[in-house]
Ligand binder design. Sequence first.
Ligand SMILES: Cc1cc2nc3c(=O)[nH]c(=O)nc-3n(C[C@H](O)[C@H](O)[C@H](O)COP(=O)(O)O)c2cc1C
Ligand code: SF4
Ligand code: SF4
Length: 436
Amino acid sequence: MADIRNDFVGIKSPNPFWLASAPPTDKAYNIERAFKAGWGGVVWKTLGEEGPPIVNVNGPRYGAIWGGDRRLLGLNNIELITDRDLYLNLREIKQIKKDWPDRAVVVSLMVPCEEQAWKAILPLVEETGADGIELNFGCPHGMSERGMGSAVGQVPEYIEMVTRWCKANTRMPIIVKLTPNITDIRYPARAAHAGGADAVSLINTVSSITSVNLDTFSPEPSIDGKGSHGGYCGPAVKPIALNMVAEIARDPETSDLPISGIGGVTTWRDAAEFMVLGAGNVQVCTAAMTYGFRIVQEMISGLEAWMDTKGHDNLDAITARAVPNVTDWQYLNLNYVTKARINQDLCIKCGRCHIACEDTSHQAITHMVNGARHFEVIDKECVGCNLCVNVCPVEDCITMEQLSPGTVDKRTGKPVEEKYGNWTEHPNNPSKVAAE
Ligand SMILES: Cc1cc2nc3c(=O)[nH]c(=O)nc-3n(C[C@H](O)[C@H](O)[C@H](O)COP(=O)(O)O)c2cc1C
Ligand code: SF4
Ligand code: SF4
């Protein structure tokens, strides 16, 4: 059986599945249940500084996007950091860590951007015996307007400064949680690295308005007829998160910086994708909020089964394996030529591939042949774009076939070249022409 024990910046857990800082990790009651269900670790719901607790709205705080089958694809929230007393949280953290020594307990923090505020809270957390801290530089709503959360995470200089303060004032490992609400994720990651962060975690939620009520003209979730932007998460944000994780993992300045991958992880497969793109472990929020804590069991058994099948003995064997295969567009092989192929035995003749290709792509799929409905690819027109594969309702009915070198591509009339050739050396590239 594959060994999925995790060591993330020295924090050990029996598996790489942690619950992200959010409602599932808001209090000891939840975390007890989560650990009983098998979660390897938790990042405690973000704590703020001492004083009157945060106030949340008293109406709906969530909005959502669903697929046609009502499966939740994206979740939006306008919740703030913990609204429970700081000392109550600290007492519970201490007890949980004592009761569950083999699980990772990391505490998320967000206090004003002043050194004194960080200096004051760090020893309180350290005293609980927690394994590490996560700096929440990510919340896009509510706290950012008060100069915290993404207001810090959007300014690399602030990230570096606060990380430095924390590093100077605690022995605990520091994970810096990044906001996706920026242009280029490499800059905040580099700043965290420069400030001495032990790791980064990403992504926090994406600024969003999920929907608008067309009777009341109020954005949703609606609080007395008004709405404000919230933070978007769940399966819909996974592609954004994967790209950002990969960008950090392949940046020479941060390639040695450990990453905790977050954003839409719902299955073991999602987790494995984050890990092969460079994440040392993953954190989960929406999937637990949608399906409950027991989904971790499927994640554990699925990951172990896949690793066993593929002969990967431990997590080191898979971590970052896909990173060398992430490249920039100009290095993609332009001599890799494919054509769509339709399996006539699986085709239900719905016509969606034909309409998609006919109306918006390359007019490369028939719909009538000899007076009968028949869907077949016209190689002379097909550019191999893959759109038909994505719109076909039958899995594996349409596949892409690579033309072997030497085969004549009916569209161009030229044989497919064997050697790798990319845009940087293509004759149509104006930069190349200029260089010659
Ligand atoms: C209701 C809700 C509250 C959240 N609160 C926090 C928080 O207090 N601190 C934090 O760092 N992230 C918070 N998050 C963000 C999550 O930790 C996580 O980064 C994000 O939801 C993406 O993961 P997911 O797609 O698995 O949900 C919250 C998310 C949700 C849905
Ligand atoms: S791969 Fe693209 S061009 Fe080819 S048949 Fe499908 S949709 Fe049309
Ligand atoms: S979309 Fe798929 S099932 Fe529908 S006609 Fe095309 S190949 Fe057949």
